[in-house]
Design a protein around this ligand. Sequence first.
Ligand SMILES: *Cc1c(COP(=O)(O)O)cnc(C)c1O
Length: 379
Amino acid sequence: MSGETGDGPAFAGATITVDLAALRANYRYLARLAAPARVAPVVKADAYGLGAGRVATTLRQLGCRDFFVAHLHEALPLKPVLGDDIDLFVLNGLPQGAESACAAAGVIPVLNSWTQAMRWQSLAVETGRRLPAAVQLDSGMSRLGLPPQDASRLAQEAAFFEQVEVKLVMSHLACADHRQSFANHRQCRSFAALADRLPPAPRSLANSAGVFLGAAFHGDVVRPGLALYGAGPFDGEKSLMAPVVRLEAEVIQVREAPAGTGVGYGLSFVATRPVRIATVAIGYADGWPRRMEQGGVAHFQGHRLPIIGRISMDSLTIDVTSLPEGALGEGDWVELIGAHQPLGEVAATVGAIPYEILTGLGRRCRRVYLDSSEQDPCA
Ligand SMILES: *Cc1c(COP(=O)(O)O)cnc(C)c1O
């Protein structure tokens, strides 16, 4: 395949293929929906397992100038890759004792509490530099951000706004993935009222699902993660996003077995007829959910191959009896997430959310990036 580059172990049992053309298409789609608000991609958790460096660099080339991660330790290696003209925000805030490191790296904390705001202001005074920050307001999720009384208190602190440059005022929606939820409108109103108390600054409220809730939710900056990575934000609705991720794993053994053969830990599967079984090099240590024993499948050249028996730490077994003899052998690769079994379907099968599946993959998988605008020839 041309235009392919990868990272991770060369002989890994499983490969995540990240389609950068699909990532770009998703970005453009969200940017059109959100305009005139700008899109600030969320690349926390290593861009949901897809590789923050590669994902952020790709989106930077499309004009993104603001990015979000969750932790300072995620921001520190990413900031030099992105460069000085990029604003990189840390959603989880300013860890105690990390103020100087954060400022030295040019990373922008999201100030989530009164004490964080005061610590950042103190550093600004000490260093004689006006320091950039985002301020998060709690508009009703009760997770992060200044509660209303602290927002009012901060509004009275004229010195804070002299010493800290508030680049963004933000909040986060608790129920954005439920289109009809009244909580969305309540939070939207509450955020606007709280933000109005502070000096004017760009505003940000929407995650992926929030982008789809309409212009009232967009503010000046939207913060999608999941939708960029190819999953529709609404449960049970067909995804409008281009799939970005394919997961494949290698067949490492194939055997014929007579009726009565038990398979895997606990011999939880017993063949009721002669079967051909393939062992595939991916297990729960690779982030493939153990619960996929119930209802999980793999695909090979369009054939649906049910997972049988328990999923082990490093492998799983599939029933390949439906394939012509010799059609599949050691060294072939089967698809676990892709055109035949989309990410959303895998999540639904095990009662998980796509976020959980995506961020769980990749500790031991090889990552391959498809970097062409052409369709992947192996799809
Ligand atoms: C994770 C996160 C996002 C991105 O959410 P998606 O649902 O993946 O779009 C946006 N804002 C905040 C505060 C987050 O924690």
